[in-house]
Design a protein around this ligand. Structure first.
Ligand code: SF4
Length: 358
């Protein structure tokens, strides 16, 4: 099964911590961009069935319903869709019930809502354009509009994010009709205003505090019935994101749009991050990143970051010698020959995986 990723590189305003590729939304440019997306969807042939379509960004919820319907109709016309999970990343500045309801009617069946926090002061610090109340309204309106598969984002390791502040966010989140949570640690990216902001730099939590906030999130979500199926993702049973799992299990996905990434039959490629070029070219330009993606080592590394883990027998004899100590230090568990990271192991997954694949 293949997934389709549609990149929508428009935002109402740039958040000061974000280095994703996006430009300020303009209706005429967005219309032109959507036509280029459709042109590309008509160009590619996908022999396998498609079980996942993902509108990511940027801010896909800036697109009109007509734009989204046209894209979905093109997918339906060109590809073998098999009960696809169709996700759209949603910015809660638009808590509008009618738009949510129209999205659901258009065929979107999963929303990934960029709530980030349910604390107004944290949202303000992040430069988000919505309030905690708009987060609540968006989730409630989405549920009322018929969405039964709702994911919310939470950002961790933020300045001033004490245990109490995070606990307030998690308490609200777990009381809502939400089936999936993506919890990300704030990354300080070069070339963003955060990177040189003295207030942010002076108040960033250290690694130990960041790990505490992460573990607090894991434990609170587990108690609320979510299970951790990869390093940053938590789902109620049956609500894991198909789109996410394609990345982790090296399944094929085709990315369309300026800056989109793809992996098809072990070839990883991307499209230049230039909207004008994407709109102008009859077919998007592909830049090959690797012809040997999803090799055994990469598969092992990715699978280790998931709750499924890896068979111990897949590791080298040298790596296997390190397992007892990693288990003793509570970073790994072993059950029926399968090794998995514990929550403590997920908190330092890069280091543990580097140790095992050294
Ligand atoms: S965080 Fe999301 S809304 Fe903010 S600039 Fe980045 S892509 Fe846009």
């Amino acid at each position: 099964m293949t997934g389709i990723y549609l990149h929508v590189p428009f935002c109402a305003r740039k958040c000061p911590y974000c280095d994703f590729y996006s430009v300020t939304y303009r209706k005429t440019l967005a219309e032109e961009y959507v036509q280029a997306v459709i042109r590309n969807l008509n160009h590619y042939q996908i022999p396998d069935s498609v079980d996942s379509i993902y509108f990511g960004g940027g801010t896909p919820s800036l697109l009109s319903i007509r734009n989204i319907s046209d894209i979905l109709e093109t997918c339906d016309k060109n590809f073998k869709l098999v009960s696809p999970e169709i996700t759209l990343e949603y910015n809660p500045s638009r808590a509008d019930f009618q738009y949510l309801s129209d999205l659901h009617t258009a065929g979107i069946n999963r929303l990934s809502i960029g709530t980030q926090s349910f604390s107004d002061s944290q949202l303000k610090l992040l430069g988000r354009t919505h309030t905690a109340e708009q987060n609540l309204q968006t989730v409630r309106n989405a549920y009322q509009a018929g969405f039964e598969n709702i994911s919310c984002d939470v950002m961790l390791a933020l300045p001033y994010q004490t245990e109490e502040v995070l606990s307030g966010t998690l308490e609200v989140l777990t009381s809502l009709p939400v089936q999936h949570v993506s919890a990300y640690l704030l990354q300080m990216e070069e070339n963003t205003p955060f990177y040189t902001n003295p207030e942010i730099l002076d108040n960033l939590p250290d690694d130990d505090v960041s790990a505490d906030r992460y573990l607090q999130t894991v434990h609170t979500l587990e108690q609320a019935g979510f299970y951790q199926y990869e390093v940053s993702s938590f789902a109620r049973p049956g609500f894991e994101s198909r789109h996410n799992l394609k990345y982790w299990f090296c399944e094929d996905y085709l990315g369309i749009g300026a800056g989109a990434h793809s992996c098809i039959k072990n070839r990883r490629f991307c499209v230049p991050k230039e909207i004008d070029l994407f709109c102008k070219n009859p077919v998007q330009e592909e830049i090959t990143i690797s012809e040997t993606a999803c090799n055994p080592e990469e598969k092992l590394m990715l699978a280790l970051r998931t709750g499924r883990g890896v068979p111990e027998s897949a590791l080298s004899p040298n790596a296997r010698k390190k397992i007892p100590l990693l288990i003793k230090n509570h970073y790994l568990v072993q059950k029926s020959g399968t090794l998995r990271l514990t929550p403590e192991g997920f908190a330092v997954s890069n280091a543990v995986i580097a140790e095992l694949l050294e």
